[in-house]
Design a protein around this ligand. Structure first.
Ligand SMILES: Nc1ncnc2c1ncn2[C@@H]1O[C@H](COP(=O)(O)OP(=O)(O)OP(=O)(O)O)[C@@H](O)[C@H]1O
Length: 571
């Protein structure tokens, strides 16, 4: 137990949670939680999916009333009965799903709902500029939100809470949507907040990142605090063990299963955005039976449009799509699904799940014309329920039953349900966007194992992910997408997350050659450049040890090839 002691005469903890218990019908989400967060520190909360992290943070942000327990802020007991009350006590929260209006400017987004602070004009602009400068956020108040990338949007969300006077900032899985460079920038921002005396509390499933940026880590298991540790005293593997209360299973390694039979072919595809610009431009790729093809890219470079075009949710302005040799370019989504294409959507709340419906109805969603969900034209509720129970079992979805509403599941458990559903009915092709986003390390390894097994039986997978270790570890071949085009092909056997990340931003990996475009991300071609642009590679493994999702302590434990964020100054 280190990092939480406040010595005699020291400032009181910024936050002190004592004996917090929160019950939902049939579930004790938090049970007798004790946490002290020292002022001016970065405090991470880790735990399995459904462990109770979000519930606890929502309680601290006044969105839930605890059934038992007390909360003190800066040494004084408080009653946080609403987010407004939390903000009144200097507590702000950055949610995982950004709440920003695209057609407004940064300034308008920041002041929306806080007009009373500094109005909506010059004073507000001045305040935003001052905050942005003080905390090194680099946000221009007059930029239009739609022009900003994911990292900047997140900084606007942080600015929003600072603008409202927060000195305790809660972030819910802030790095889930970020690529490595953006993670570094975020961590730079968090360190800056800390230097300015603010307190940061964040939830994360990425244990290497937690070890890199947190001063103190609290582990929650099955609703209660099991330990509070300092990063210097634990490894990522030990943290994972604390989270699950035992050793993680070791999944089997599998050989390549790629065949010659092309299952999905995309040829010369162009997809246009509403204003006629090419979101996907002249893109060609093919996925063979038993192959996982990975797409790496900074969010917003055409990945979503590519996937939506394949799934019949957007028209192809040019080019063609074929499934097992059959032209499906003009097919609608339902027909594509019925032809054996599974789909794990990027935004599970918009496309993947109906929060107000029970789990078994969610099992039927998108599968309403097929067994076991349907019998002829009728929905077969009994069969759908039985199959939902099978998914709950196979994918370890933590739920009291299949009749509860999807809304009652933790985010990671909703994701496991979607992946389980989409893997049902033996799809021929799976189009998966961020299949393990928000799931804990144990569940992630389990999902990878399911995918590997299905691949061995011939499943062809298009894998889009922001998790570069996942892409490298799972893919048989790997493309980089930039501004709607495939600009590079990487060999998953040799490429590192750093080199891949750099290719994603359009920076040539072969700096040594002075070439402007990236065509190959093979490690061999740029060895010299590679070493010179990575300050400290001493913790890098042999190539043969490349991040392998089959290993229980991957991705991203310090000894698997992902650099510890502290090893390097943020860009
Ligand atoms: N509104 C709700 N109604 C009923 N049960 C809920 C509700 N919110 C959360 N739960 C349950 O409380 C438990 C804790 O959920 P919580 O979302 O806090 O977990 P988490 O640790 O944040 O998980 P994840 O890592 O998957 O986001 C889970 O069993 C969940 O199903």
């Amino acid at each position: 137990m280190s990092g939480t002691q406040t010595g005699r005469g020291a400032a009181p903890p910024a936050v002190e949670l004592r004996g917090i218990t929160k019950r939902f019908p049939g579930v004790v989400a938090n049970h007798d939680i004790d946490i002290e967060v020292a002022a001016g520190t970065v405090h991470a909360i880790v735990g399995e999916n459904g462990a109770g992290k979000s519930t606890l943070m929502k309680t601290l942000y006044g969105m839930h009333r605890p059934d038992e327990g007390t909360i003190a802020v800066n040494g004084a007991r408080v009653d946080l009965n609403s987010p407004a009350a939390a903000i009144g006590h200097g507590i702000g929260m950055v949610h995982q799903h950004f709440m920003l209006a695209d057609n407004l400017t940064v300034l308008e987004n920041v002041v929306l709902g806080a007009e009373r602070e500094h109005g909506i004009g010059a004073a507000a602009r001045k305040r935003i500029r001052a905050l942005s400068e003080q905390y090194g956020l680099g946000v221009d108040p007059d930029r239009l939100m739609e022009e900003l990338g994911v990292g900047d949007r997140q900084r606007v969300e942080i600015l929003k809470v600072l603008y409202r006077g927060a000195n305790i900032v809660i972030l819910d899985e802030p790095t889930a949507v970020l690529v490595p460079q953006e993670v570094e920038e975020l961590f730079g921002n968090l360190r800056e907040l800390k230097r300015e005396g603010l307190t940061v509390i964040f939830i994360s499933h990425k244990l290497d990142e937690v070890l890199g940026v947190a001063d103190t880590i609290t582990v929650i298991r099955r609703g209660t605090t099991v330990d509070t540790v300092a990063p210097a005293d634990v490894t990522a593997r030990e943290l994972a063990t604390l989270m699950v209360g035992g050793e993680l299973p070791v999944p089997e390694l599998s050989e390549s299963t790629v065949t010659d039979e092309v299952m999905l072919r995309v040829e010369g595809l162009r997809v246009e955005s509403a204003d006629g610009r090419a979101a996907v431009d002249d893109l060609s790729l093919s996925i063979r039976r038993g192959e996982i093809v990975g797409i790496a890219g900074v969010e917003g470079n055409g990945q979503s449009e590519l996937i939506e075009a394949i799934m019949g949710m957007r028209p192809a302005a040019r080019g063609s799509l074929t499934l097992g040799g059959v032209d499906i370019t003009a097919w609608e989504t339902r027909r594509i699904r019925e032809a054996g294409v599974g789909y794990v959507p990027e935004d599970r709340h918009r496309h993947g799940i109906l929060l107000e419906s029970p789990l078994w109805e969610n099992r039927v969603l998108g599968h309403q014309t097929r067994r076991p969900s349907a019998n002829g034209v009728w929905i077969d509720a009994a069969a759908a329920k039985a199959d939902t129970r099978r998914i709950v079992d196979a994918y370890d979805v933590r739920t009291p039953g299949v009749d509860v509403l999807a809304d009652a599941l933790s985010g990671g458990n909703q994701q496991k349900l979607i992946v389980g559903r989409e893997m049902s009915g033996e799809p021929r092709v799976l189009v998966a966007a961020h299949p393990t986003r928000g799931v804990d390390v144990g569940a992630q390894a389990a999902i990878w194992e399911h995918l590997r097994r299905a691949r061995a039986q011939g499943l062809a997978v298009l894998l889009v992910s922001a998790d570069l270790d996942e892409l490298i570890g799972m893919s048989d071949s790997l493309h980089v997408i930039l501004r709607g085009r495939l600009v590079a092909e990487a060999d998953p056997a040799t490429v590192t997350p750093e080199r891949l990340g750099s290719a994603m931003t359009g920076a040539g990996l072969d700096e040594g050659t002075g070439e402007g475009t990236v065509e190959s991300v093979e490690e061999g071609t740029g060895e010299g450049a590679d070493q010179s642009d990575q300050p400290d590679r001493s913790d890098q493994p042999d190539r043969s040890d490349r991040p392998d999702p089959a290993a229980p302590d991957t991705p991203g434990t310090p000894d698997t090839g992902t650099q510890r964020p502290d090893d390097e100054d943020p860009a």
